[in-house]
Write a new protein. Structure first.
Length: 73
């Protein structure tokens, strides 16, 4: 299985040019590229399981609290 991710990022938000634009990605698209000796239904089940249990997919699709700290050395 290979994953291809692409997304839309408006640099006006990222660079602080506009506060009307989100700093992060507006949308992320994932393409699952699967090479397997399996039926289409089996591959679909596998991709659905990957989405259900993947911590990376979870962090992209649900809000996650983020705490930042400064450590000066």
């Amino acid at each position: 299985m290979e994953l291809e991710l692409e997304g839309d990022l408006d640099l006006n938000g990222f660079l602080g040019i506009s506060d009307q634009v989100r700093n992060g990605f507006q949308q992320v698209r994932i393409t699952f590229k699967v090479k397997a000796d399996a039926s289409e239904d089996q591959i679909t089940d596998l991709v659905q399981a990957a989405q259900k249990y993947s911590p990376v997919f979870d962090i992209f699709t649900k809000p996650v609290p983020v705490f930042a700290r400064i450590e000066i050395k």
